[in-house]
Structures are given as C-alpha cells and as structure tokens.
Design a protein around this ligand. Structure first.
Ligand SMILES: Nc1ncnc2c1ncn2[C@@H]1O[C@H](COP(=O)(O)OP(=O)(O)OP(=O)(O)O)[C@@H](O)[C@H]1O
Length: 469
C-alpha cells in the first residue's frame, strides 16, 4: 500500500505533464494556422463533443441488448444488465474548408444510413455541404464543408520544382475541397471553353508554370488573339515556348505542319528509339518530351470563309487545312506524346470543328451563356446534371470555376481552379527558359536503329546528350 502511495503522485504528475504538453502542442498548432482552419478546429471540437447525442437523434445508433461479459460479471444477482445504445466511433480532422470525419459503421448503421442523414448533419454542423463516401470495408468518410470551396478564390504560387509525375496535373478543388487532377498520360486532346474573363488563360498559365520546370515537357502556342509573341497573354511565357504563332492563318498553318511532321517522325521512330509503341509506357523524357500544343482562341484558325474572290478562297483553303492538321494531331498524337489543348469561348462546331472536338477525350468549361453552348463544350449528358451546368457559373463569384467530367465519378464535377498571376508565370518561364528545346531536334539527329538507346536508359546519357544537343 505504501508503494502505491509513493507511486501515485509520480503517476499523476506524469499524466498532468503529458496532458499539459498535449494542450500546449494543440495551442501552438491552433495559433499557427490561418483563421479559417482555426474555425474548422473549433467546429471539429464541437462535432466530437456533441457526436454521441447527435448520432442518436440522427438515427445513427443501434441498441445492443446482449450484455457484455464484463457487464454480466459486475451485475448483481438477478439483475439484468441494461441494453447499450451504441454510436459509430469517429475521428475528426479539420482543414481550411471544414472537417473530414471518418466513422466506423455498426450493424444497421452503414453507408446508406449515413448518406440519408447527410442533410441533417449539414444543418447540425452548420455546413454548406456534406458528402458521405465509403472509406474501405466497414468505414465511411464524411466530408463537411463550412466554406464553399467553389466561391472561395484561391491563388497558386508556382514553386518552380520539377513535378513528381507527368501522368496527371493538379487542376484545383472540387465542391468538397478535394483535389481534382487532369490526366495527361494518353490524352491527345483537351477542350477548354468559357465566356471571356472567366479563367481560361489563368488555367493555361498554371499548366505551363507547373510543368515548365520539367525538361520532359515542351510547349508550343498558337494564340488567335494577337499578332506577335510579344503581345497578349503568352508574352511573358515566350522564353519557355519552342514555337509560337499569332493570328495569321499561314503562320499558324506552318506551326501545325511542323507539329504534324514531328508526329509523323515520332510515329515512325518510336519503336526503334523507345522500344515501345506507346511513349507513356516509358514516360516522357528530355529526348522524347510530352509536347503540348496550346491553341488559344481556336476559332481564329478554323473559321469558315465564304466568298469567291481569290483571297477568301485562299483563306478558306488554309483554314480547312489547319483543321485537318490539328485533327491528325488529336487522332494520332496520343501514343507518341503529343497533346493539343484547344481553348475557345464557345466550343460549338463553328469554333472547333466537331471532327476535332469529338475526339478530344477531355472537355472542361467555365461559365457559358446558353444550354447549347454547355452541350457543345461538355456533351449532351450535361443536360442530366443541372447543378454542374456551366450556365449556372455566370455569377462573378464563379470566375475560375469550371465544370468537367472526372474519370471514376458519375456526372460532372465543378472545380475551383487557382489564380496564377502573370508575374509568377513570367518568373517561372524565365527561370526555366534554358529547358526550352525543339522536340524535333532529337529526331533529326536520331542515327537509326543501331545499338542506340534513349538517353534516360543509358549510363552514358550525358555524353550522348552533349553530342546530340
Ligand atoms: N482561377 C481564378 N481565380 C480567381 N480569379 C481569376 C481566376 N482566373 C482568372 N481570374 C480573374 O479573371 C480575369 C480574367 O481571366 P482570364 O484572362 O484567365 O480569362 P479568359 O477566360 O482567358 O478570358 P479571355 O477569353 O478574354 O482570354 C483575370 O485577370 C483574373 O482577375
């Protein structure tokens, strides 16, 4: 007994010290995060403390009438232990937009029951939205957002670091503040539509800034809004572009021809150079970079010219040829690592010929004025998803929000894309200018099917690179 008396104060002291340490760590964390995350931390604490009561009210509880072994052991003679009301155990994690609650299911309290209670939980937790998804066997994850991520503008300051993977690219946050990515691997074409001033260019700025630090990506731009590279939205990015064409149809035609020549060269040499039929099996590299052609204000290049005078006929012929060349890139560029991004205000057939638009596997759209424009940008299925229809994104609060189909999710997802300032884009382009190379350069020097391996597979890569560069 004496021993216990001696140990007890030490134990109590240790427990108090640990509790104090835990509280101090919690307080420091709380003070270091931004205002919104602090609000979410407080919200998380309220959810945790009120969970048992709320779960019972929401019908997320189950009565266990069978007494536990321990209850039977401690119950008095003749006394029947009371049935227990169980509620799912939860873990709460706050973030800037709200909380993520992971819960363990119980018999008769599973995914369906949680989903049925989502509206009730949203009201009780004072959240804009609550979604419930499976989180492995016997578990669910409840995402509750207090702030609507779609109307909370975000900014992206490019880090200038080499992206870990080029298979996907982070696009932004969905309505539950979950990351949404755009696949890059095996995607030959993407259409980006939307009313002027709703974020198309900022989105492309982000793409270039995020991928520019990699020597395995090269960019070319055709911008139908300007005449020379030193004007307009891409002026600051020119150091990182290996080719540029303005609104001149013939100039753009020359660029598209150059890209098709690259596509042909790659198609005929891919097996000999990479040893595979699809570049994505080995991934992009410096000698075989993912080559992205951005065609902004795409309608400029494919316009139908009607008239019988020689000049109009000539323009009509160039325009038709442009469409054929871009069609070639989208139809045949996937496996050889060529991707075309077509941006325009309205993705109707007169802006992007349907034979090009319909073979682009990915389409995203910022705000649109009419239901027809939404259908042109996202396909007929958008009519079945009125909440995600870009006609509902015309409010200025939705500048930077696009609607798109996401692989593995039904319907369409709205994505808040972050804003990338022109100054940041210029900084990244300047810092990475030394990585700009014509992707055809390596094809030109390719010596033929001898004992030659791509540089990234070769121990003597550096020697080879210096010789060929
Ligand atoms: N993701 C975003 N978040 C917040 N604001 C944005 C975002 N993207 C763009 N903006 C704001 O909207 C303005 C216009 O954006 P942007 O130039 O990207 O539009 P656009 O759709 O390319 O227009 P246009 O068709 O005329 O080229 C920007 O200057 C910026 O102030």
């Amino acid at each position: 007994m004496k021993d216990v008396n001696e140990i007890a104060p030490v134990l109590i002291g240790a427990v108090l010290a640990l509790a104090t340490l835990w509280a101090v760590v919690g307080l420091v964390r709380y003070l270091r995060v931004d205002r919104e995350t602090r609000a979410s931390i407080r919200q998380g604490m309220r959810i945790r403390f009120g969970w048992e009561r709320l779960a019972k009210m929401a019908g997320l509880s189950v009565t266990d009438k069978t007494p536990t072994f321990l209850a039977e052991l401690v119950s008095r003679e003749g006394e029947v232990p009371k049935p227990r009301v169980l509620v799912p155990r939860i873990k709460v994690k706050p973030d800037r937009f709200g909380v993520m609650v992971r819960a363990k299911c119980l018999p008769k309290v599973g995914l369906e029951e949680f989903q049925r209670s989502a509206r009730f939980l949203a009201d009780a937790w004072r959240c804009t939205r609550v979604s419930v998804l499976p989180d492995g066997p016997g578990r669910v994850v409840i995402r509750a957002v207090r702030l609507d991520p779609l109307i909370t503008p975000t900014e992206h300051v490019p880090t200038g670091t080499v992206p870990g993977s080029l298979d996907t690219w982070g696009l932004g946050l969905d309505e539950y503040a979950d990351d949404v990515s755009l696949p890059l691997a095996n995607v030959p074409g993407v259409t980006v539509a939307g009313l002027p001033g709703f974020g198309k260019t900022s989105l492309i700025n982000k793409l270039i800034c995020d991928l520019a630090p990699s020597d395995a990506v090269q960019f070319a731009v055709a911008d139908g809004k300007v005449s020379t590279a030193h004007e307009g939205d891409y002026a600051d990015l020119t150091p990182r572009l290996f080719a540029f064409a303005g609104d001149d149809l013939a100039e753009a035609n020359a660029l598209f021809k150059r890209m098709v020549k690259l596509r042909r060269g790659r198609s005929s040499s891919i097996r000999a150079v990479l040893g595979v039929k699809n570049m994505w099996h080995v991934g992009p590299s410096r000698i075989w970079p993912l080559t992205i052609l951005i065609i902004d204000e795409a309608h400029t290049y494919f316009r139908e010219y009607k008239g019988n005078d020689a000049e109009t006929k000539k323009l009509a012929a160039v325009s038709a040829e442009n469409a054929r060349l871009v069609e070639d890139l989208v139809k045949k560029g996937r496996s050889v690592g060529i991707m075309v991004i077509l941006a325009t205000q309205k993705a109707t057939g007169d802006a992007i010929p349907t034979f090009i638009r319909d073979v682009c596997p990915l389409g995203l759209s910022f705000a649109q004025k009419t239901a027809e424009a939404s259908v042109a940008a996202l396909g007929d299925d958008i009519r079945n998803w009125p909440d995600a229809n870009p006609v509902n994104l015309q409010d200025p609060a939705y500048v930077g929000v696009a609607s798109m189909g996401v692989q593995g999710r039904p319907g369409f997802t709205r994505v808040r894309t972050p804003y990338v300032s022109d100054a940041d884009a210029a900084r990244v382009a300047d810092d990475t200018a030394r990585l700009t190379e014509d992707p055809a350069a390596y094809l030109d020097v390719y010596p033929g099917p001898v004992d030659w391996k791509p540089a990234f597979m070769d121990d003597d890569a550096d020697t080879l690179m210096t010789e060929t560069a």
